[in-house]
Design a protein around this ligand. Structure first.
Ligand SMILES: Cc1cc2nc3c(=O)[nH]c(=O)nc-3n(C[C@H](O)[C@H](O)[C@H](O)COP(=O)(O)O)c2cc1C
Length: 201
């Protein structure tokens, strides 16, 4: 049987930062559980924000041609997605936000071009979200979680799990918390098992 495909997206501009370290651990766990994981580093890609020209009204295809199409196809062909972004101004990073915005073309395809009924239950796939912030406020992740839930919704994904860690600021801060890294590893493993159960079940 072919292993299940998971796309892992690094949304921080910092290559070796906290979210990257946590995502690496989640990937390790997913691979150890048998998943085929492909990694995408957003800061290495050329991707414009949505320009609201609504070229996608024609056939649901984004009119801006850049690396978005490649990432979109990979995500749409995978059974799972692990997205990692730090908290920037109580939102996701700009790199992550740009990717989310470009999926407006898929929203347009689903609801305006194909006229998919909005109340149709469609959580066929699973997504996991990893985030960290420097401060410790109760609402630190509220804005991000709203954006991520809505983004996963467009992708027909449920937010299976969110790993959210406060008070991590400097690049290596997460390394002082092996328990966070361990949780990321075991979550990556459990995520793969959950996907397997869905697709084999
Ligand atoms: C542009 C920018 C905006 C930030 N905004 C917030 C914020 O609103 N709240 C917060 O707690 N931390 C904020 N931070 C701190 C980061 O969330 C923190 O440094 C985090 O560990 C970075 O994750 P990374 O190492 O994966 O890039 C901000 C950092 C930057 C660079």
């Amino acid at each position: 049987m072919k292993p299940h495909k998971i796309i892992a997206i690094y949304g921080s501009p910092r290559r070796k930062g906290n979210t990257a370290a946590l995502l690496k651990k989640a990937i390790e766990g997913a691979r150890d559980a048998g998943a085929d994981v492909e990694e995408i580093v957003l800061r290495d890609l050329k991707m414009s924000p949505c320009l609201e020209i609504y070229g996608c009204l024609q056939a649901g295809e984004c009119a801006i041609k850049d690396d978005f199409q490649m990432v979109r196809d990979k995500i749409l062909n995978a059974q799972g997605l692990i997205l990692a972004s730090p908290v920037f101004f109580y939102s996701v990073s700009s790199h992550t936000k740009i990717l989310m915005e470009r999926f407006q073309s898929l929203w347009v395809k689903k609801y305006w071009v194909d006229k998919t009924p909005k109340n149709e239950p469609a959580n066929h796939r699973k997504g996991m979200f990893i985030s960290v912030g420097a401060t410790k406020g109760k609402k630190l992740f509220d804005g991000l979680l709203l954006s991520v839930r809505y983004f996963f919704d467009v992708l027909d994904m449920e937010l299976w799990k969110a790993l959210l860690y406060r008070q991590l600021d400097f690049q290596d801060d997460v390394l002082k918390h092996p328990e966070y890294l361990e949780e990321a590893y075991s979550s990556g493993k459990a995520f793969t098992t959950a996907i397997e159960n869905d697709f084999n079940g």
